[in-house]
Design a protein around this ligand. Sequence first.
Ligand SMILES: [Zn+2]
Ligand SMILES: [Zn+2]
Length: 233
Amino acid sequence: MVLASNRVIMPWWDTDAVMYHSVVSTASRYGPNAKACVSLPLHEDRDLLQIPPWLLSELFLLLVTAVATHLAVSFAQTIFHYTLGHHRIGGQLFRNHINFHHTYYSKDHLVSPKYLAEEGNNTPFFLIPVVLLGACFYLLLPTSLFVMHVFVCAASFYVHVLFDKEYHVENSWLQRFAWFRTKQELHFVHHRHANKNFGVVHFFWDRMLGTYRRPDAGQIKPLAVMYQPDASL
Ligand SMILES: [Zn+2]
Ligand SMILES: [Zn+2]
């Protein structure tokens, strides 16, 4: 407690222990003219540390929206890869995926100095359902949640495209991470066994769908032989 001229300044942690009238009576001990007052700036500091309940619930909803959006994008990628990329019902998407991605990268040719996707790149097609889904959520979600949904949709889509690319790039900067090398091997399993591991970022979807396969023994560590285009072509 600080006595400044005839005013008693009490920091907020003292006022926690006593009611306001106690503060006044305490102040009176310093003289008839002493007035109790609470240091307002300190009070404001304490208020700033307390997160209002409405903000907590808003942050919780934003977190739920972010996690749900990422999981939805990841699950959609796995299902589209399985149904459209590996079954004739996918039409051109199926032909592109098999004739290009699985032909560029197959068996022992799983990495290349540069990612090979000049032809048969299906990525732009998958923007269509993402945009349609976003339009639906524009009608359903309040603005703050919709902004989070759009942001996470774009980020999640980008991460899926990035991982699919970096899995096949020789000496990718992501290979310094053990978790990435694990995912890369799981994706290589897909190129060796085309009916397994349709996930790109998360492979727990394959566990749920019964399409999960762990890397074969002996294929976990060594990187596959670099893809070398046939010079005779
Ligand atoms: Zn595939
Ligand atoms: Zn691949």
